[in-house]
Ligand binder design. Structure first.
Ligand SMILES: C[S@@+](CC[C@H](N)C(=O)[O-])C[C@H]1O[C@@H](n2cnc3c(N)ncnc32)[C@H](O)[C@@H]1O
Length: 225
């Protein structure tokens, strides 16, 4: 997702410090302080323009949500949505996924969502995929014991790569669908990309996993890349 430069974005983000966390490292281990209610924290990484996180926050007032997005113009669009909808259980952070162990303490997060993350199709960029085992190790660190990771994509190869990574990390699959929109048993809130891709007739791949039997990634995982 690339947006044209939005001149008012930086100013808009700075003007809303009650929603946009301007010094996130100061809250490491204390993110509950950013919310009105002390309740489980769900984190979306690469949240885009915020459709999913805002709809989730409306559907689940019993949860707190944090959205991480690296592009300033894109997170600004998410901020506009949070303000428009008046949801009080969403906080936004303008940073990269690579930072999450600097931002969150061990076990601070209950659930991580990766929705339509960039597939980085070229092998030499495999390390940038947000399901690469380097990222899985950092997710494991910040997630609570038995915390969950949910992942959706339209890209079959990326999904297969990710399943191999999850397997190498000894994760446990809790839910899986190779055609999410045909699978009526799985509750689903759509993202911007998901709506676009499913209108084009593309299948949506989905899985939800936990790290309860996590072990260090084994070396054979490297064969998959
Ligand atoms: C393809 S878009 C998907 C957006 C949204 N999740 C959806 O499903 O509609 C991927 C988003 O992830 C963001 N992103 C990519 N790599 C990231 C990273 N390393 N850290 C934070 N955000 C990232 C991009 O800026 C982009 O907005």
């Amino acid at each position: 997702m690339r947006l044209r430069h939005i001149p008012e974005a930086e100013e808009g983000l700075a003007a809303n410090p009650h929603i946009v966390v301007t010094h996130p490292k100061n809250y490491k281990g204390k993110f509950q302080k950013r919310f009105k209610k002390n309740q489980p924290i769900h984190l979306e990484i690469g949240m885009g323009k915020g459709q999913f996180i805002v709809e989730m926050a409306k559907a689940h007032p019993e949860l707190n949500f944090i959205g991480v997005e690296m592009q300033t113009g894109v997170i600004y669009r998410a901020l506009e949505k949070v303000l428009e909808e008046g949801v009080e259980n969403v906080q936004l952070i303008n940073t990269k996924a690579q930072m999450i162990t600097d931002l969150f303490a061990e076990g601070e997060i209950d659930h991580i969502y990766l929705n339509f993350s960039d597939p980085w199709s070229k092998k030499r960029y495999a390390v940038r995929r947000l399901t690469h085992f380097n990222f899985l190790e950092s997710y494991h660190q910040v997630l609570k014991d038995k915390g969950l990771l949910s992942f959706k994509t339209d890209n079959r190869k990326f999904f297969e790569f990710s399943i191999q990574m999850f397997n190498a990390a000894h994760m446990t699959i809790r839910e899986l669908s190779l055609n999410l929109h045909q699978d009526l048993e799985i509750k689903n809130i759509q993202t911007e990309y998901e709506e676009k891709f499913s209108k084009q007739g593309k299948r949506i791949y989905y899985t939800q996993l936990s790290f309860d039997f996590f072990q260090a990634v084994d070396e054979t995982a490297l064969d998959y890349i």
